[in-house]
Design a protein around this ligand. Structure first.
Ligand code: MG
Length: 332
């Protein structure tokens, strides 16, 4: 089994062969292959720009790997601002000894995930560090996209708006937890890791009036709702029974003492729309596989500005707070 050596990051012949035989082969596009010091890009209008580093442990998990996550994560942050993902950078910090085959699987997964949005990796970097200096592989991706829908903002929620979740919650966090506990192989439970641009594009195409949109990554649904309540100075009233949660996720949460609403997702987003647009938004989302379980989960009120109120199926209510502490480190 070929392993990545320190010389693969040395800037010489081995680095050159890694770049040509692996990265250029799978990420092939004219801008990348120009091999200049910087990519030269054509862009028009307003641009969204984002960056994220991926350190997930383990690097392979049920439903994805660190590479798929590194592409979907950055593409999704662009999509959540109504921006069509166009260009990404990708930097790899590799621990000496990583299997070449593992790196290739990860790079292939990145190329496949890019097809979902047609974004391109146009520049990148590779460093190899001695054993122990990082854990296997860290990836940073940055991305830019052209804004296709203006005005989407965490500050734009208004009284009466409907809150929609695009799918069931807590699956990524649960899938990672199961891998770490050695339960990964037995379960059918998969991370929701996915590119959300096709769903966002479908909403924009039928001109849904989107007030706010955010992917429920670290901190899960709870974090997004609390961030919005504070940023827009509104109250979010959520019906607990409307929130889709898979039985397997619920079971694992009960076993480990977690709340599904606090766990990370990597292909699930929250949307706020005027109430008259909610039925049409659901109709659009239900047509796509990744958002077929989308549901209206609540609405914006002025009852307790800055707070999220969770109404249970039994008629009781409580505040849904921001998750506290680090539930699961190195989730993404
Ligand atoms: Mg985000």
């Amino acid at each position: 089994m070929t392993q990545i050596q320190l010389s693969h990051g040395g800037g010489g012949e081995e680095t050159n062969s890694l770049i040509h035989d692996l990265f250029y082969r799978h990420f092939s596009n004219d801008i990348l292959l120009a091999a200049e010091d910087a990519a030269v890009l054509e862009v028009n209008g307003r641009i969204a720009f984002t960056t994220d580093s991926f350190t997930v442990n383990p690097i392979f998990f049920n439903g994805g790997n660190i590479g798929k996550l590194a592409v979907a994560g950055t593409v999704n942050d662009l999509a959540m601002m109504g921006a069509e993902p166009l260009y990404l950078s990708a930097s790899f910090i590799i621990e000496e000894g990583l299997l070449f085959d593992d790196l290739e699987r990860i790079v292939k997964a990145m190329a496949e995930e890019l097809e979902q949005s047609e974004a391109k990796i146009v520049c990148g970097d590779t460093k190899v560090v001695p054993r122990g200096a990082v854990d296997k592989l860290f990836i940073n991706t940055s991305g830019i996209g052209e804004i296709r829908k203006e005005g989407i903002s965490a500050h734009a929620l208004l009284e009466g708006h409907s809150i929609i979740v695009s799918g069931d919650v807590g699956r990524h966090g649960t899938a990672i937890l199961m891998e770490r506990e050695g339960l990964g192989i037995s379960g059918e439970l998969q991370s929701d890791c996915a590119t959300l641009w096709p769903a966002v594009q479908a909403l924009i195409d039928v001109d849904i009036s989107i007030s706010a949109m955010r992917d429920a990554t670290r901190g899960g649904l709870s974090a997004v709702l609390n961030e919005w309540a504070v940023q827009s100075s509104v109250c979010l009233e959520i019906e607990e029974k409307q929130i889709p949660v898979e039985d397997a996720v619920q079971g694992i949460c009960e076993l480990f003492g977690f709340e599904a609403l606090d766990l990370a997702n990597e292909g699930t987003f929250i949307l706020a729309v005027p109430p008259e647009d909610a039925p049409k938004a659901l109709e659009v989302l239900h047509r796509l596989d990744i958002t077929c379980h989308a549901a209206v989960i609540g609405e914006v009120s002025m009852k307790k500005p800055g707070k999220v109120i969770l109404h249970s199926a039994y008629g009781s209510s409580r505040y849904l707070d921001l998750p506290k502490g680090e539930l699961l480190p190195r989730i993404c």
